[in-house]
Design a protein around this ligand. Structure first.
Ligand code: S3P
Length: 439
């Protein structure tokens, strides 16, 4: 259903403490890896969003048993080998991460598997994973878009693979397929989120990671005969925090403490960029958990924000957060520049195009190319006009970016597809209410 969300005024100042829901990347990885172990894996604080539930439905179809109770989820998987006698149809819903990663796991499926997804996912490029998976020996009926049909291979051959986009989805898909191959798969990958590497290390899966230079890592994964169960307490998602970090920075006399967030160095590009722009953000109570870094994050309203010439080395570690970073650029003094971001147009919607469109509607001058955007900041912008945001392919992050823009720049906003938040951050509006609530 297309529910419309209306906002007519800016948020008042606030001082609050919040938690956000579990990290989406970790949640999907935990579900898929647990499905490969024959023993029981348990997770606490698993993100219960539509993307993660699609993952659960897929592994159930593949034979895993799943049990939920309160904030606990248990999975008993069916091991590394498939017994799928009949052709299966798996639905990845809206999730690019699930759709791509699961193809890695299916590398040795005996029977045909059809992978389908929603309208937005069906437009996304799957050739970036089907091409290397063919090298392992898999067969596909079509290669670029969903729906696609895959037939796995009995003895996948290990491969050498060069991943140049900085895509953790591509890297992880190959790492999953490598687990089921005899021998060593070698990946040279442009740096991207390394949750899979850390989980593999924690599970004692033979993996070696070497930094080849500033931009690339070399990852060697050896095929295994079995996978141990993975018990995990999933920390909060920095990509969900991002909306409230920016809300706080751009609101007057406000502060926010967000508890228990994954601050893996491959995910904190947003913090680095916003600090360069003059944002007051601190990590408190830093700790480690199964190779991941976790912290509380303290944010204060920040005046005198300044434009940034954003170093491209942060692109991968901030890839899901640029939409809200652009809002900070809109408020900053000077002209901000963001380059080499063509990957942003490969997401749930073409996000670079959408960001430019929303900034235009707000009256923020910007110049966009296929891979870059220049934003002419206006620290004094105070909107009063009507703004309607619709037809954005139900992209959850476009919805949430628009809500934050409305609450910080003013104006009368009508934002469609409220239900889109269910894919990554179902409690977004509930937490926002808590922040807005006068205490
Ligand atoms: C993800 C990787 C990123 C990110 C996505 C989640 C992951 O995609 O945008 O939301 O969990 O591996 P790419 O790897 O395609 O950049």
């Amino acid at each position: 259903m297309n529910k419309i969300f209306k906002i007519n005024k800016k948020i008042s100042s606030f001082k609050k403490i919040i938690n956000v829901e579990g990290d989406k990347s970790l949640s999907i990885r935990w579900v898929l890896i647990s499905s490969l172990s024959k023993k029981k894996s348990t997770a606490f604080n698993l993100l219960e969003s539509e993307d993660v539930m699609s993952a659960i439905r897929c592994i159930k179809k593949l034979g895993s048993k799943v049990k939920f109770s309160k904030d606990k989820c248990e999975i008993v998987g069916n091991g590394l080998n498939f017994n799928n006698e009949k052709k299966l149809v798996l639905d990845a819903g809206n999730s690019g991460t699930l759709g791509r990663l699961i193809l890695g796991i299916l590398i040795n499926s005996k029977n045909k598997i059809k992978l389908i997804g929603d309208k937005s996912l069906s437009k996304r490029d799957f050739s970036r994973v089907t091409i290397p998976l063919k090298k392992f020996g898999a067969n596909f009926n079509a290669s670029k878009n969903l729906p696609l049909e895959m037939r796995g291979v009995n003895n996948p051959r290990p491969i050498n693979y060069l991943e140049k986009k900085g895509s953790a989805q591509c890297k992880t898909t190959i790492m999953f397929a490598a687990l089921k191959s005899k021998g060593v798969t070698t990946i040279k990958a442009k740096k991207s989120r390394d949750h899979t590497e850390l989980m593999f290390k924690h599970l004692n899966i033979p993996i070696k990671v070497k930094k080849t230079d500033k931009k690339f890592d070399q990852i060697k994964v050896c095929g295994v005969k079995k996978i141990n169960p993975l018990n995990y307490r999933i920390p909060g998602d920095i990509s969900s925090c991002a909306f409230f970090i920016v809300l706080t920075l751009l609101s007057k006399n406000s502060q926010l403490l967000i508890r228990n967030i994954n601050i893996n160095p491959t995910r904190v590009g947003i913090i680095k960029i916003l600090k360069m722009m003059g944002g007051s953000i601190k990590f408190l109570n830093k700790r480690s958990y199964k190779g991941e870094k976790i912290s509380d994050i303290f944010i204060k309203s920040s005046k005198n924000l300044k434009a940034v010439n954003c170093p491209t080395k942060y692109n991968s570690s901030a890839i899901d957060e640029f939409l809200v970073i652009f809002l900070v650029a809109a408020r900053s003094k000077g002209i901000s520049q963001f380059r080499e971001l063509s990957e942003l147009n490969q997401k749930e919607s073409p996000r670079l195009k959408w960001a430019s469109k929303i900034l235009n509607l707000m009256g923020i001058k910007n110049i966009m190319t296929k891979s870059s955007i220049k934003i002419f900041g206006n620290p004094n912008l105070n909107l009063e006009k009507k703004i309607t945001i619709k037809n954005f392919s139900k992209d959850h992050r476009i919805f949430m970016m628009s809500v934050i823009a409305a609450l910080t720049f003013g104006g009368k906003w009508r934002i469609s597809d409220l239900d889109s938040i269910k894919t990554s951050f179902p409690k977004f509006l509930k937490i926002l209410k808590k922040i807005e609530h006068k205490t």
